[in-house]
Design a protein around this ligand. Structure first.
Ligand code: NAD
Length: 461
């Protein structure tokens, strides 16, 4: 059985804990590798060594650091297919989707080539009589990134690009579900000229995360993952005085107004609801048609589109719309939630429960599901399902629809489909959710825009 270990001080280092996590091939259900899970002592040793490496890296002029990023971009482009293959084989997403995952991260590294301009300080002439002041942007030292399974290239790249370009050393603790791509990224960075020890990839679970949070040398933590873990990390990181930025889960609503182009809205919903098997923080998981007539017409347009979706392994290339979910536990959780939707009275209009793929019977495939007449009390509405399940909540008015999106516990992004400029403007101005799409289903952030995820409860209606 293949074993996957850590990347420390510029080389692969075997783990010593004797603890391992299974890495699956989600298309077949087979275990394809065992991942070494680090101990606290292993994590702490990697931090000490990163702190030593950071001194020289932080003192390297920003332009030279940016040249490493420039070379890294070349290497990411060179190895795009290799990275996407490794990504698909552990995550399960389609090959084009996996390339998109790498590409979106690569764009952040491109952005970081311009870091020297952003790292300039300010100068204040005559701050006091005969006194001028200047401010400098300095690296923090050692920082850490803790990342989720669903974008194993993009999110580590989000974290490492800015941290390294600014002169920090970094501990990356990627998801234990799909660890190969982060290790490949570390190797490419070494080839691009990053000094050994400046990026340490330490694989692990809660033990290594807790070791990161408790380590006094680590100055800042960037986390992306589910909300309960985000809250845990935020609190524990704050308790040790670290800067913490924690992104959590999502339940993204799309409002469909009576005047919307329903074909356009239905196409958008199918892509945003079922793409990547719904395992996207920017997936649309709730459709909110306004008015019964809009809802009936929307469902009529959605059903044939959903029934046409092709579900299969990434090796089928462009012939599949989405692949398996990441683990058997994820699949079981989705089925459990679907059953709760039925039990609590939602109408299952497209039923994917019996989906099976010949030759891949043990894979973690989940057929597409569409619920109608979902209400806000139901578990399928309140919970992030993270699977190919779209819920329709019928709203009686625009005010009711916007209130649903604004008052939900989760909100990463949201969208409205309408031909009315006033409604679009009102929505963009009032909605309290970061990323807003108007006739665009997934308002995905770019490297040059902020990721204004989350919501501001204070402004909820
Ligand atoms: P997760 O929270 O299970 O895991 C994220 C990271 O936390 C992993 O590295 C994991 O090893 C670690 N972790 C897990 N349990 C832990 C524990 N008990 N203590 C300490 N660390 C722990 O998330 P996931 O399933 O890998 O990813 C999916 C989630 O990420 C979804 O909720 C999705 O919405 C969210 N997500 C959010 C964004 C965003 O920008 N807001 C982007 C992508 C994914």
């Amino acid at each position: 059985m293949k074993e996957i270990h850590h990347w420390i001080d510029g080389k692969e280092v075997k783990g010593t804990s004797g603890r391992f996590a299974d890495v699956f091939n989600p298309a077949t259900g087979e275990v394809q590798a065992r991942l070494s899970l680090a101990t606290r002592a292993e994590l702490d040793a990697a931090v000490d060594s990163a702190a030593r490496a950071q001194v020289k890296w932080g003192g390297t002029n920003p332009q030279r650091r940016a040249r490493v990023m420039m070379k890294f971009v070349d290497l990411l482009n060179r190895d795009m297919d290799k990275l996407a293959e490794a990504l698909s084989s552990e995550h399960g997403k389609t090959f084009p989707d996996a390339k998109g995952d790498v590409q979106r991260g690569l764009e952040v590294i491109e952005f970081c080539i311009g870091a020297p301009h952003l790292l300039k300080g300010d100068y204040t002439d005559s701050a006091g009589t005969g006194i001028d002041m200047y401010s400098m942007r300095q690296p923090l030292g050692v920082v850490a990134g803790i990342t989720p399974f669903n974008f194993p290239a993009m999110i580590p790249l989000w974290k490492m690009g800015p941290a390294l370009a600014a002169g920090n050393a970094m501990i990356l603790k990627p998801s234990e579900r799909d660890p190969s791509v982060p290790l490949m990224l570390a190797q490419l960075l070494q080839e691009a000229g990053l000094p050994d020890g400046v990026l340490q990839v330490v694989n692990g679970d809660k033990e290594s995360v807790d070791a990161i949070l408790d380590n006094p040398v680590i100055q800042a933590v960037g986390f992306v993952g589910s909300t309960p873990i985000a809250q845990y990390i935020y609190e524990r990181a704050a308790a040790t005085g670290k800067r913490a930025q924690c992104f959590g889960g999502a339940k993204n609503h799309m409002i469909i107004m009576p005047d919307a182009d329903l074909d356009q809205a239905a196409d958008a919903l199918v892509g945003a609801g079922y793409g990547a098997a719904g395992e996207r923080c920017m997936a649309i998981s709730v459709a909110v048609p306004v008015g019964e007539k809009t809802a009936d017409a929307l469902i009529e347009k959605l059903v044939p589109r959903i029934e046409k979706l092709k579900v299969g392994p990434w090796t089928a290339g462009d012939d599949v719309d989405y692949g398996p979910v990441v683990t058997r536990a994820a699949k079981e959780n989705i089925h459990r939630l679907v059953q709760s939707g039925i039990d609590q009275g939602a109408e299952l209009v497209v039923d994917g429960r019996d989906f099976s793929l010949q030759g891949y019977e043990d894979g973690f495939f989940v057929g597409p599901h569409l619920f109608d007449r979902v209400t806000p009390e139901m578990d399928i509405y309140r919970t992030e399902i993270f699977g190919p399940v779209l819920s329709t909540v019928r709203a009686g008015s625009y005010e009711e629809a916007i209130g649903l999106a604004m008052n939900h516990e989760y909100g990463n992004g949201t969208a409205i489909f309408t031909r009315d400029g006033d409604a679009a403007r009102d929505f963009a101005n009032r909605i309290n959710i970061g990323m807003v799409g108007i006739n665009v289903p997934i308002p995905v952030p770019l490297a040059i825009t902020p990721l204004a995820a989350g919501r501001n409860p204070a402004s909820a209606t």
